[in-house]
Design a protein around this ligand. Sequence first.
Ligand code: ZN
Length: 60
Amino acid sequence: MKMRKCLICERGNLIKVVDIVLEIEGSLFIVKGDKCNNCNEEFPYEEETRRVMDSQIRQR
Ligand SMILES: [Zn+2]
């Protein structure tokens, strides 16, 4: 698999991580995504973010 470059610093590579902390409406969620090995910017996968959002909506 080809390494993807970070969009923020354009120097680091994105590595797969499984412990990105997302805070949505005061609740914390652990999601999968990519993380830059240079600037440490985290990019949660869109489908993961959506899954969390959906579960939040369903709880209302
Ligand atoms: Zn970066």
